[in-house]
Design a protein around this ligand. Sequence first.
Ligand SMILES: Cc1cc2nc3c(=O)[nH]c(=O)nc-3n(C[C@H](O)[C@H](O)[C@H](O)COP(=O)(O)OP(=O)(O)OC[C@H]3O[C@@H](n4cnc5c(N)ncnc54)[C@H](O)[C@@H]3O)c2cc1C
Length: 320
Amino acid sequence: MQIAIAGLGSSGSYLLRLLTNAGFDVSGFDPKREGFYIPCGYAANRNMMKDLLSLVDIEFSRYIESEADEITFSGSSRRKLRFRSMGLVTFDKNRLETDLLNGCKWQRKKLSGSFDLIVDATGISRQYLPAGDDYTMHTTEYLATLTEKEDFQFRYFPNGSGYFWIFPIGNKYHVGAGSSSMSSIRESLSPYSAEKLVSRDIRLKPLLHSCYKDNIIGIGEAIGTVSPITGEGIVPSMKSALHLFTAISRHNDIASIRQEYFKSVMKEFKRYYTLYDLLRNFQSGNLRKSKAISYISAARKDMRSFGIDVRITKAIREFM
Ligand SMILES: Cc1cc2nc3c(=O)[nH]c(=O)nc-3n(C[C@H](O)[C@H](O)[C@H](O)COP(=O)(O)OP(=O)(O)OC[C@H]3O[C@@H](n4cnc5c(N)ncnc54)[C@H](O)[C@@H]3O)c2cc1C
C-alpha cells in the first residue's frame, strides 16, 4: 500500500516516522518554509511524550526547555488557584519535529501524486477532508523576555470567551491568548512586547465523527483532537497518529483501517465532546446541573493528562 501524509506537524511527522521505521511505503508532504516558527505554547506532559517517543527511539528529555512546578489558574476575579504539576513542561517542538523527519521520505511541497491512502494531517486547514460544522478561535502568541520570573499560568476570560497563557520556555516565555474577539486578545497581550509574533486559529470542536472520507483519513487537529478547555493538542494529535499506525499495521484494506481507527479515536477522545458541550453551554449561560458529574470527570481527566493536578471543586467554585 502506498501512503501519503499531508502535513508534517506534531501528528504527521510522528506518523511518518512510525510508518517509515516499520518499513511501510510512505511519503510526507508539507510546504512550510524552513525555520518557520510554529505557533504553539510548546507545553506537554513529559510522561506522555516520553512514552510516545520511546516508540521511535527518541529520548524526550533531550528536548525539555522548562519544567512547571505549580500551574496558576485565574478567572475574571483574578483570584489565583495553584495546582501541582504532574509533568507539565515546555520543549523544543521545532527541533523535535525536524528530528522526527530525519531519515524519512518527504518533500517541502503540497501533496502530489496518487496514493492508496492519504492521511490528512494538515491541522487547522483540514485541507483534504470535507469542511463541516466547525468551531475555532483566533490565537496570537508572543515569544517574549519578561522582567519578572513567572511560572506556568492560565487565565480564563469571562463566560468562556477565551483564555490567556504564560509558559516559560528556557530563559524566555510564550505569552499568548485565544478568543473569538480580537480586541480581547490585543488587550490581554498589551503589557508585553514580542520578539516573535505568531498567529493562527485553533480548532476547539471535536470532528472525530468525520475523521475519514473514501481513502482519506484525518489525524490531529484536522479532526479536532484538541482539548476544548485548555487548547492542548500536541500529545492528543500524536496519540491519534499512533492509533492510525496501529490500524494500518493490522489491516491491509482501507475499510478495515478506517473502522478500527474510528473506534479507537472515538474511545480515546470521547471526553472532548463532553468538554466542548461544557464550553459552549458555559458561553451561552446554559450550564445544566444534571451534567455536572460528566463535566467534572471529563475536565479532571483532561487536566491530569496535560500534567496538571487540578482540584476540581476549587476550580468549579472559582469559574462557575
Ligand atoms: C497559539 C497556540 C498555542 C498552542 N499551545 C499548545 C500547547 O502549549 N500545548 C499543546 O499541546 N497544544 C498547543 N496548541 C495546539 C497544538 O499546537 C496543535 O493542536 C497540534 O500541534 C496539532 O498538531 P497537528 O499535527 O494536527 O497539526 P499542526 O502541528 O498544526 O501541523 C499541520 C501541518 O500541516 C501543514 N499543512 C497545512 N496545509 C497543508 C497542505 N495543503 N499540504 C501539506 N501540508 C499542509 C502545515 O504547514 C503544518 O506543518 C496550541 C495551538 C495554538 C494555535
